[in-house]
Write a protein that binds this ligand. Structure first.
Ligand code: APR
Length: 238
């Protein structure tokens, strides 16, 4: 693994436009479970019952319970070494931007500036009916919307079947297209449209993950824990 990390460090040193994409595997070392690993959320809960707009309308109490628990479980999480290394790579001018599927906000909390939250952020709340912004407390207290009066407050995240926020997606894709090195960290690449990004990248693609992904041909694969691998990378580059 050390050889591969040194190879990655050299690739980064030579790169002119480095872009990173992350998934839930980037946050597991911060005690946020991912979705499709053995201890993943979707092994415990059927996403069709909690993570679609239809599910929200059909059983708002179950939807509310699921996302309240996620909000509370994320209240005391902190970024790990890997998040800080990415923030430092940006500060040192190696890294242009991070496109993340994660709704935790940990990249920004670690100091990264150019972060595209492709699936939204769990700490932002809006009314599903009129779009009015609300506080986390309004959601946790099951308040009705103070503008339209409806009872459909929800986190501003992308539920299954919903479109990604256009402007954020377009800007992220532009960076991926212009990248000469694209690093994919901690994602099973099973969810579209984000899983198309490795095909859109024209430069080198590097995959850092605990498991291999099928159907992709990366220039370099490093199988292991993101925090540990990025930690070592930071020791070499920073
Ligand atoms: N380091 C590296 N890889 C890890 C680590 C770690 N510490 N922990 C887990 N992984 C890997 C797992 O092996 C798995 O391949 O991260 C991957 C996480 O994959 P998923 O659970 O499928 O998460 P993700 O790809 O981000 O899911 C995409 O699906 O459920 C929706 O909206 C949700 O954004 C999410 C999207």
């Amino acid at each position: 693994m050390r050889n591969e990390i040194e190879k990655l460090a050299n690739i980064i040193k030579d790169s002119k436009c480095l872009v990173v994409m992350t998934g839930a595997g980037m946050d597991t070392e911060s005690n946020i479970p991912d979705f499709r690993s053995q201890n993943g959320l979707w092994y415990k809960v059927d996403p069709a019952k909690v993570a679609t707009v239809e599910a929200m309308y059909q059983n708002y109490l179950l939807f509310h319970e699921f996302y309240s628990a996620r909000i509370k479980n994320m209240e005391n999480v902190v970024p790990h070494k890997g998040h800080y290394v990415l923030a430092e790579l940006e500060k040192k001018g190696y890294l242009k931007s991070i496109a993340t599927q994660n709704i935790s906000g940990l990249h920004t909390r670690a100091g990264s500036k150019n972060v595209y939250e492709l699936h939204g952020n769990i700490r932002r709340i809006k009314c599903n009916e009129c779009g009015t912004r609300h506080t986390i407390e309004d959601f946790l207290d099951k308040k009705n919307c103070n503008k339209c009066g409806k009872n459909f407050l929800r986190p501003e995240i992308v539920l299954f079947g919903e479109m990604l926020p256009n402007n954020i997606w377009d800007r992220a894709i532009r960076d991926v297209e212009n990248s000469d090195v694209f690093i994919i960290i901690g994602t099973s690449l099973q969810v579209s449209p984000v899983n198309q990004m490795p095909y859109i990248a024209k430069g080198k693609t590097i995959y850092i993950n605990m498991e291999k992904a099928r159907g992709y041909n990366f220039d370099l694969e490093i199988i292991g824990k993101a925090g540990e691998i990025l930690g070592e990378l930071g020791e070499i580059l920073l």
